[in-house]
Design a protein around this ligand. Structure first.
Ligand SMILES: [Mn+2]
Length: 312
């Protein structure tokens, strides 16, 4: 069976707030254990095919189009892993369905489905705007139950999603971008992305969730978003060299074909949903087969992208 069947299972959960609340407890336990085990930077293994999915923002039809490509058997066998780059909620018509589908997949395939935190899940760090997810819950469950469920989601899920995933010699995946504040200062990847492994610094987490690349030889500019920074080419060059990766995979920015390259093909942006309020006519997701020695060449030549179109 292909993975899109998970989408149909969630209506049973979201139609009953008591069922939903008990599922949220379970997601919270699983995510908390993983956070204890791996911390904020999830280590990945090679000899695996990775699928990277960019922003979904509540578009359940497009999530279904992604999941249709993959079978449960393949996910179970461990040779396929799905990495979602964050921004599951806000803006779309089925924000809760998107989130719960992904979490149900996470429960079933805990080590093979990786859900990173987007800035729209980093509500306790900086509140994004628009943030219409609480209103979606209130209109569905009425005010007191809606707010109760919202608080449970923030507490049990959003706060426990990791910030990045890393495979040495291959890639680093995160939602927004590369921090500029710890550039050239950090000794290891965790302190680069978190400030300190033991005491994460809020400003650096904001950068991971909010930054965008800019084609510049300068290191950093303030971001027009009002949170985070724009990171230039020197940052990408230092990170890829220092932490031994070929590619930075991120979401966060809509792009016309669903993907774009920056910094000489070293930074890939993925945006995996189509439809308002965004203008992109195509969404894209990325497949990297790490058993293939030349995977980076396929990415550069755009052969590794898969597309989401209105008619597919
Ligand atoms: Mn974003």
């Amino acid at each position: 069976m292909d993975l899109s069947s998970y989408v149909d299972r969630v209506s049973r959960i979201v139609s009953d707030p008591a069922v939903l609340r008990s599922r949220l407890e379970e997601y919270g336990n699983i995510l908390e254990n993983l956070l204890k085990k791996y911390s904020e930077v999830v280590p990945l293994s090679d000899k695996v095919t990775y699928i990277f999915v960019g922003d979904l923002h509540g578009n359940i039809d497009d999530l279904k189009k992604v999941l249709r490509h993959f079978s449960e058997d393949r996910l179970r066998s461990g040779d396929l892993k799905l990495v979602f780059l964050g921004d599951y909620v806000d803006r779309g018509n089925n924000q809760l369905e998107v989130l719960i589908t992904l979490l149900e997949l996470k429960v079933e395939y805990t080590e093979s489905v990786i859900l990173l935190k987007g800035n729209h899940e980093g509500v306790d760090v900086v509140e994004p705007s628009p943030h219409d997810f609480p209103e979606e819950l209130i209109s569905r469950y009425l005010i007191s139950e809606g707010l109760r469920i919202y608080e449970a989601i923030v507490d049990k899920v959003f706060k426990k999603l990791p910030l990045a995933a890393y495979l040495r010699d291959h890639f680093l995946a995160l939602h927004g971008g590369l921090p500029t504040a710890t550039f050239r200062k950090a000794q290891d990847l965790k302190s680069y992305l978190l400030g300190s492994q033991f005491k994460p610094l809020r400003d650096i987490i904001v950068e991971v969730l909010w930054n965008d690349p800019i084609e510049s030889n300068d290191e950093a500019y303030p971001s027009p978003r009002g949170a985070g920074m724009l990171f230039g080419r020197p940052i990408t060059e230092w990170v890829t060299k220092t932490f031994n990766v070929k590619l930075i995979v991120r979401g966060h920015e809509p792009c016309a074909r669903g993907y774009k390259f920056n910094h000489g093909n070293r930074v890939i942006t993925l945006f995996s949903r189509i439809g308002p309020p965004y203008y992109n006519s195509t969404g894209a997701f990325l497949e990297i087969d790490t058993t293939e020695e030349n995977w980076y060449r396929f990415v550069r030549s755009a052969q590794s992208f898969r597309f989401i179109r209105p008619d597919t």
